[in-house]
Write a protein that binds this ligand. Structure first.
Ligand SMILES: *[C@@H]1O[C@H](CO)[C@@H](O)[C@H](O)[C@H]1NC(C)=O
Ligand SMILES: *[C@@H]1O[C@H](CO)[C@@H](O)[C@H](O)[C@H]1NC(C)=O
Ligand SMILES: *[C@@H]1O[C@H](CO)[C@@H](O)[C@H](O)[C@H]1NC(C)=O
Ligand SMILES: *[C@H]1O[C@@H](CO)[C@H](O)[C@@H](O)[C@@H]1NC(C)=O
Length: 573
């Protein structure tokens, strides 16, 4: 393996003493690899239009904000190696969310209140247009505390330097809070009583907690008597996010808004499952309680932004375009030694606009429109029937980096299979019924990053079932044949598709394909799945794209458009 050759010297040097993924709190810690600089930076799997720094490890998105015409994006970053460790706040700026300029790290351990780490946090724009960051510091006793930082010079359009006052920390884990489970402050919002509020993720035994704090001046914070919300059996809540969405239309709403016509979203990243879940609900501001709607399961079986590899996400309100934008981290599925060999690990998913579905039961997500400026050469397929068992190649562009939009028309559903009420977990169902398992209506969809003979392929597809309550849609990513390389982690992912198929007779799919990532948006953004894959043949010009149908019923491509994606300016690369 190319990658292995590159790290052969390293394998010899460290395998002997590599403590295999000893887990400290929430991350595998490979102390021996934490500060191993990249010998070579691998381009085979490096993404072209997803957010990445030039090299090294990244994880959680931090403090995203729009300030004076500039988008700021911070991220958990190891400046010295391709595994987690030495974490600072990397910082990049952009005017379009697509082309990024890297500036110096905004926060790095330097004071007693963050000497052992500058972990995740959020930005809030205070009255008078003053941005401020709240983040988790790890103190000399390894306690997690919350700190505040201000821009040094508000006239610097890039806000390069940040000042951490010596009065930090501003929130301590008190007697009731576990000092090893107290992190990731949210963006704050202002209440009618003149107090700021925010939540910090935590847990008590098996109960996940969104601990609430209040402050009059943003500096002195007092813990509320009860959390904003909690749920037993969910474990540590990382990276909570709490914000309003409008009950009508696609426009975003500022975090501080309150009133009629709004619903609230509470999202938590569950350290136990390493996936994240959200509920829609009501915020009772007078008593500072959040109550999830009956239609939102409030546990690890609930709604997810993304049913694939997507974690530690955070939204912000984009005042410029009046929309709410979601950032999420997609980690690698290869090994830490592979990452050291590549010289990097982790990407951020394409920023997505989020709004409420007209049915009020879930969110809709769609890649920010700016991504379309990267669309280059285009090919299309119109009104093409795909018979049972047939495969249609989409050729004429380089599909190793592409944006593909397809609408399938389902004229008859006669051969649809019955739904078994025992099927409660969509991911398990996708595991059982992979892309090669023939069905009634579906599986049909795309084969991305495929080799010519389809020995390698990442399948993105739908399957439909009928139940007494109506039709049920399932969307899957099946990467089981994504590479001929042995030993890689290739999880199948799946989610239900909440759309009235009978009424529409159509199902749409969009996939953003970028060398080692396939990011898919089913039914116009109702179900999203992201997978990391490492093809060894389907690379560059040898990557093919197909439409397939392994259902008994024919389906029709009503329209397919695919664009080769151009490379933005990505942090100097
Ligand atoms: C603040 O930033 C502006 C714009 O970059 C610059 O002209 C000015 O000198 C800076 N002020 C200080 C005190 O560094
Ligand atoms: C505090 O959290 C840590 C990290 O999850 C856990 O190992 C420990 O058991 C917790 N302590 C208590 C008293 O619950
Ligand atoms: C909370 O969840 C844990 C584990 O899931 C369970 O053992 C415990 O009984 C639950 N406690 C309550 C009060 O429901
Ligand atoms: C991403 O990597 C895979 C494979 O190592 C792990 O199984 C996941 O837990 C991990 N995801 C996160 C969010 O850390």
């Amino acid at each position: 393996m190319v990658t292995m050759n590159r790290v052969a010297w390293l394998v010899v040097a460290v395998l002997c003493c590599l403590r295999n993924g000893a887990v400290e709190g929430f991350h595998a810690v490979y102390e021996e690899l934490m500060s191993v600089p990249a010998a070579v930076v691998d381009n085979q799997y490096r993404t072209v239009f997803h957010f990445q720094p030039p090299r090294n490890w990244i994880n959680d998105p931090n403090g995203p904000m729009y300030y004076n015409g500039i988008y700021h994006f911070f991220y958990q970053y190891n400046p010295y190696g391709a595994v987690w460790g030495n974490i600072v706040w990397g910082h990049s700026v952009s005017t379009d969310l697509i082309n990024w300029i890297a500036v110096e790290p905004a926060l790095y351990p330097s004071k007693p209140f963050d000497v052992n780490g500058c972990w995740s946090g959020s930005a809030t724009i205070l009255p008078g247009n003053k941005p401020v960051i709240l983040y988790t510091g790890v103190d000399p006793k390894n306690r997690q505390v919350q700190n505040i930082a201000f821009p040094k010079n508000l006239s610097d359009p890039y806000l390069r330097e940040w000042v951490k006052p010596d009065y930090n920390p501003i929130m301590d884990p008190d007697s009731g809070v576990n000092a090893s489970a107290f992190r990731d402050p949210t963006t704050a919002w202002y209440g009618s009583d003149g107090h700021w509020r925010l939540v910090v993720g935590s847990k008590r035994k098996h109960r996940g907690l969104a601990i609430m704090y209040r402050s009059k001046d943003f500096i002195h914070w007092i813990k509320a008597k009860h959390p904003l919300h909690s749920a037993n059996g969910t474990g540590m809540w990382e990276c909570p996010d709490f914000y309003p969405v409008s009950m009508e239309g696609k426009l975003g709403v500022d975090t501080a808004e309150y009133g009629n016509g709004l619903k609230y979203v509470l999202k938590n990243s569950l350290d136990v499952t390493r996936y994240e879940y959200y509920t829609l609900g009501t915020y009772l501001r007078d008593i500072d309680r959040y109550i999830p709607d009956g239609t939102s399961a409030d546990d690890g079986s609930g709604l997810r932004y993304d049913y694939g590899n997507f974690y530690a996400s955070k939204t912000f309100y984009d005042e410029g375009k009046k929309r709410r934008i979601l950032w999420g981290w997609s980690n690698e599925s290869d090994s830490s030694l592979d990452d050291v060999g590549k010289g990097w690990a982790g990407i951020e998913a394409i920023p997505r606009a989020v709004w409420l579905d007209t049915n009020g039961r879930q969110l809709i997500q769609w890649p920010v429109e700016e991504i379309e400026t990267l669309r280059g050469k285009q090919v299309s397929v119109m009104n093409k029937n795909v018979k049972s068992g047939e495969v249609v190649e989409v050729s004429g562009i380089m599909t190793s980096q592409a944006d593909v939009e397809v609408t399938f028309q389902l004229s008859t559903l006669d051969k649809i299979e019955p739904f078994d009420s025992m099927w409660t977990d969509p991911q398990k169902l996708c595991e059982q019924k992979g892309a090669d398992v023939t069905g009634g209506v579906g599986p049909f969809g795309l084969l991305a990053l495929a080799s010519a003979n389809r020995e390698e392929q990442t399948a993105v597809f739908f399957r439909l079932y009928s139940s007494p309550k109506g039709y049920i849609g399932l969307m899957c990513h099946d990467p089981s044949r994504s590479t001929v390389r042995p030993g890689l982690y290739k999880p199948t992912f799946g989610g239900w598709v909440d759309v009235d198929i009978k009424k529409n007779g159509m199902l749409s799919l969009r996939s953003l394909i970028d060398r080692s990532v396939v990011e898919s948006f089913g039914a116009e953004g109702r179900t999203c799945i992201t997978s990391r894959v490492y093809p060894s043949v389907a690379v560059d010009g040898d990557a093919h794209l197909f439409v397939f149908n392994n259902g008994a019923e024919d389906v029709k491509i009503s329209e397919l458009k695919a664009w080769e994606m151009m490379k933005p300016s990505m942090n100097g690369i």
